[in-house]
Design a protein around this ligand. Structure first.
Ligand SMILES: Nc1nc2c(ncn2[C@@H]2O[C@H](COP(=O)(O)OP(=O)(O)OP(=O)(O)O)[C@@H](O)[C@H]2O)c(=O)[nH]1
Length: 330
């Protein structure tokens, strides 16, 4: 109801159009190589932990994992970045994921070592592996687990957080805010002594063809694709579209606006002025240089506010969730 009122007041867009869908394709060489390395190492692992972003629990998980790496081993799904996710529809999310074959789902926040989900993961691995057939590894005493997922969902952070929790040791896997930090399958990292558990970090792997444009944009918004591929102004525009559509207006204060608008040009211009960010550009008509608001800096600022959680916790998959839940129920 509130949504309809806001939509009729401000006439927000019903759909988001991207001109060039090719921008959503990203499968650099290290991903193909990484996938092959993962398949080769698979016989040495007992279990697979798939990490995904809890803000997009249904979007963007690589469907090829099931045929290539995760389908043949016991499998746990960890929905990470719980601190940024709106979990009001948690039970609906779990119902849809269970229908999809995920019976072991945990939520984690790698920024908080005391997060309750974190202490459930290793016991769940041990229980699951102990009750499964240990193909090729029946003689081994340790538990060896491969951590997989699309880029930037927090695979390396999860390994570091578990290692810190159980061994009190510092970072062993490199972490970064940009997608594609881990570029090949790494050596296994010990995260627990009793039981003896090793985790194997792997490069984030996207599906080569993201056919659903909005899904691609949600991945880009969550930084699973590198920003320059899609363009920060397009990501910012999608963010604005999504916030307006979902009646999330915290951006007004952050971007320096008096009222909601669906026009990204207005939002970025006001924000650039607020931040005092300008660029010296040659005037289109004359040859003079003039100062223009730096829209790119404002777009970065807007996206960063979203990724830091300053615009509020979000569930970007609400629409898919609503349609999937009605299918699960039918
Ligand atoms: N807010 C929040 N940020 C997180 C969490 N886990 C990881 N991050 C951040 O997410 C970014 C990506 O983390 P990584 O651990 O490098 O992700 P990855 O999946 O290993 O990335 P690739 O190497 O690209 O495959 C970093 O900036 C982390 O600090 C979390 O639970 N909450």
């Amino acid at each position: 109801m509130a949504q309809r009122v806001a939509n009729s007041l401000y006439n927000f867009r019903e759909t988001f159009r991207v001109v060039n869908k090719d921008v959503l394709r990203w499968f650099p060489g290290h991903m193909g190589k990484g996938l092959r390395q993962m398949q080769q190492r698979l016989k040495l692992v007992d279990c697979v932990i798939e990490v995904h972003d809890a803000r997009i629990p249904l979007s963007g998980r690589n469907p090829n994992f099931r045929h290539t790496v995760s389908g043949v081993k016991p499998h746990i799904l960890v929905l990470n970045k719980k601190d940024l996710s709106d979990l009001q529809m948690k039970s609906e999310v779990e119902a849809v994921l269970r229908k999809d074959g995920f019976n072991h789902i945990f939520y984690s926040n790698c920024k908080d070592s005391k997060c309750p989900g974190m202490k459930q993961i290793i016991p769940a691995v041990v229980k699951l592996v102990s009750s499964s057939e240990r193909y090729n590894r029946s003689e081994e005493k340790d538990f060896s687990v491969m951590v997989i997922g699309v880029p930037n969902v927090g695979k390396s952070s999860l390994i570091n957080a578990l290692r810190s929790k159980y061994l009190g040791k510092g970072k062993a896997a490199p972490v970064g805010a940009v997608a594609g930090i881990t570029r090949s399958v790494q050596n296994r990292i010990k995260v627990s002594d009793k039981p003896l558990v090793y985790l194997l970090d792997t490069p984030g792997i996207l599906t080569p063809n993201i056919s659903d444009t909005e899904m691609g944009l949600r991945l880009a918004l969550c930084a699973c694709l590198q920003d320059h591929l899609v363009g920060v102004e397009i990501i910012a525009d999608y963010l604005l579209y999504w916030l307006n559509k979902n009646n999330k207006f915290r951006y007004l204060e952050i971007m320096g606006l008096d009222e909601p608008t669906d026009d990204i040009g207005t939002v970025l211009t006001k924000c650039a002025v607020k931040l005092g960010k300008a660029q010296r550009r040659r005037d289109v008509v004359g040859s003079e240089y003039v100062w223009r608001p730096d829209l790119s800096a404002a777009a970065h600022y807007f996206i960063k506010a979203f990724r830091n959680g300053d615009l509020g916790r979000v569930m970007l998959d609400t629409q898919q969730l609503t349609s999937s839940v009605s299918l699960v129920g039918s």
